[in-house]
Design a protein around this ligand. Structure first.
Ligand code: SF4
Length: 291
């Protein structure tokens, strides 16, 4: 029971936590509430690919200016390579070469002297209901304002809506502005396979709308948690939301509805192997390592 004049406890969360609840309440429960955590499936090749590239780009900015070259980026991908989830060494080597080429090509278009304000940086902010935090791939500073940069390494082409409607990107901008006390309205998706930059400009209204959306999701998640604590059946409080993406869910083996909704996939299926027929769709390899 809560007295009306008692301060409400903040819901501490990352953007990933919020979107996880929206995507599938059962998966949210298994990820964030159940203890001990149920065993997950094997590592995914597309996740390894994304992590390798993200880590190489972070390391590239840590290099002294003279070494921020495409050749160095290629070397760093080799050094940061994550060898999990691949069918065999041959497939891993082919995709490592692709990551090397893609990352080298991407940094060719960067000004190595234009050091970002932050790389792989935690940003945080409070609202009336939320204690938000999350890790931003890169924060640029342009014309006195911060710009959120999010790397994408998946095959799926992106469009303007991906940046404009993204809850995580808006929350990163909101949190970055408060962490650095500097205006941050522009968010960008950098799609490395094509070199495309998909940008969106937020204003006070659109950021506020996304924060309200986040608070509303948090309210639902808290309500579901309260119901569970009060004795509701886990599947009533946190129902499964089966769909096409159940193929890629880490908790699929514990979820009959998910298994019925989408076929089993091998850990490398989302990567689109050249040796096998290409599978359209599948998850976008954004790695999702952070919030
Ligand atoms: S398999 Fe699908 S329905 Fe089941 S927990 Fe995962 S995302 Fe939810």
């Amino acid at each position: 029971m809560r007295l009306d004049d008692m301060p409400r406890r903040l819901f501490v969360c990352t953007p990933s936590r919020l979107t996880s609840f929206v995507d599938c309440p059962r998966r949210y429960r298994m990820t964030y509430l159940d203890r001990p955590i149920l065993p997950k499936g094997p590592p995914w090749a597309h996740t390894s690919f994304g992590i390798s590239v993200h880590n190489a780009l972070k390391a590239w900015w840590d290099e002294p200016l003279a070494r921020r070259t495409p050749a160095r980026a290629a070397h760093l991908v080799e050094r940061c390579w994550v060898g999990e989830g691949w069918r065999d060494d041959r497939q891993a080597a082919r995709y490592r070469a692709r990551a090397v080429e893609m990352t080298g090509r991407y940094v060719e278009h960067l000004d190595p002297a234009q050091v970002p304000r932050a790389v792989e940086r935690q940003v945080a902010a409070r609202t009336g209901q939320l204690g938000l935090s999350g890790r931003v791939d890169r924060l640029d500073e342009r014309d006195g304002e911060l710009v959120v940069v999010d790397y994408k390494t998946g095959r799926r082409p992106l469009d303007a809506d991906d940046a404009r409607t993204s809850l995580p990107l808006a929350l990163y901008a909101y949190a970055a502005e408060r962490t650095f006390r500097q205006r941050c309205r522009r968010v960008e998706l950098h799609h490395l396979p094509t070199g495309e930059v998909i940008a969106a400009e937020h204003d006070e209204t659109s950021l506020t709308r996304q924060v309200r959306r986040a608070e509303s999701i948090a309210e639902d998640a808290v309500g579901a948690g309260d119901a569970l604590a009060a004795g509701a059946h886990p599947d009533q409080a946190f129902p499964p939301r089966p769909g096409r993406l159940c193929s890629w869910c880490d908790f699929r083996r514990h979820c009959p509805e998910g298994q019925a909704a989408a076929p089993d996939r091998r850990p490398w299926d989302a990567i689109g192997d050249d040796d096998e027929p290409d599978e359209p769709g599948g998850p976008v390899a954004s790695t999702n390592r952070r919030g």
